[in-house]
Design a protein around this ligand. Structure first.
Ligand code: SF4
Length: 340
């Protein structure tokens, strides 16, 4: 696997240098940007890519428009389905880091396509866990966004109609505790297990699981919560909390593609912790009015945001009079493998 060490480029000339007494600063989160799984997936697909033998990832290879554009130049162009890839003349398709249901490999084989699987092993773990829980007789609830490819893939791999995606209790067909009877009351089955989309927030997962558990446990019910939020996601959430609690920043910029749910989540968490936080895709999204009176700016980025986009945002802030952050972006450890 090829990896790059990310360091911030030297700051560009400043348009409005900070006065000597300024307490302005940019604080870059300890963990931000590409997660291990996305880096791994991009390495696999870039190593396999060639303009002579184009690859069609089914779905978005990454929720970042700048990276999608760069990959296009190397012969990697997304397709909505295997049928579409075949129709556009592709001979190779890829599964993205988010994973896909088992149907994709079958469709690729039926169409004599080469399949490149970049599913993050931490997503594969959730898919296999869901299968195991089904064999043990559990109804599976995937805590996450029903439309998200990862959640769809976990449900597809569970291979049962007794699996649903939910983010709140009202997304489920149950509205009563086990043993409760009455008109319109629907209680859950005896065995229910919850797994999580890997990028969700642990506090919100626990709140959801506590509510659901209260419905399942009565009358001999069995409830299991499997915290499958991945380690890189947990580290990003912890690093964000440090920006607020340790570094006491006045404003947070969470950088990532508009479709990146984990970037939106970082901005959400920042706002909930009482610090005005914006989800931006690129430096031009920053409104100078946001910076009025702001001394310290925290910078974080979603799991699909490349280092150079983070650097562009920092350069933009430096050009507005904020000193470049000491130490730059945390270097990538090429030996790192998350726990799973
Ligand atoms: S967010 Fe976690 S599970 Fe998803 S690709 Fe990254 S490392 Fe893998």
């Amino acid at each position: 696997m090829t990896t790059a060490t990310a360091t911030l480029a030297a700051p560009a000339a400043t348009a409005s240098a900070a006065p000597a007494t300024s307490r302005r600063r940019i604080v870059v989160a300890d963990e931000l940007g590409y997660c291990w799984g996305v880096r791994r997936a991009l390495d696999i697909i870039q190593d396999a890519a060639s303009v002579e033998a184009k690859i069609a990832p089914v779905g978005d290879v990454i929720h970042n428009p700048q990276v999608v554009e760069r990959l296009r130049g190397r012969g990697v162009e997304g397709a909505a389905s295997v049928d579409e890839a075949v129709g556009r003349g592709f001979k190779r398709v890829a599964i993205t880091a988010h994973g896909m249901g088992p149907h994709l490999a079958k469709e690729a084989e039926a169409n004599h396509l080469e399949l490149i699987d970049t599913t993050c092993p931490l997503v594969t773990k959730v898919q296999r866990l869901a299968q195991k829980l089904v064999r043990q007789g559990y109804f599976i609830v995937v805590y996450g966004d029903a439309y998200h490819p990862e959640v769809k893939s976990v449900i597809a791999w569970s291979g049962t109609s007794k699996a649903l995606a939910a983010k709140k209790l009202s997304d489920l067909p149950w509205n009563a505790r086990r043993g409760e009877v009455g008109e319109g009351k629907v209680a859950p089955p005896r065995k229910v297990a919850v797994v999580s989309q890997t990028t969700k927030n642990v506090d919100e997962l626990m709140a959801f699981a506590n509510e659901l558990q209260a419905l399942v446990i009565p009358e001999g019910g069995e409830f299991r919560l499997c915290n499958t939020i991945c380690e890189p996601t947990s580290e990003r959430q912890t690093a964000l909390k440090k920006l607020v609690e340790r570094d006491r920043v006045d404003l947070i910029l969470a950088i990532g593609g508009r479709k990146s749910s984990n970037t939106a989540r970082l901005a959400d968490v920042g706002n909930r912790m009482g610090v005005t936080s914006y989800h931006i895709e690129r430096p031009t999204d920053i409104d100078d009015a946001w910076l009025a009176g702001v001394e310290s700016i925290g910078v974080t980025a979603g799991a699909s945001t490349p280092d150079d986009v983070i650097e562009e945002v920092v350069d933009h802030l430096v050009a507005r009079g904020y000193p470049a952050p000491e130490g730059g972006i945390r270097p990538v450890d090429p030996e790192y493998v998350p726990a799973y």
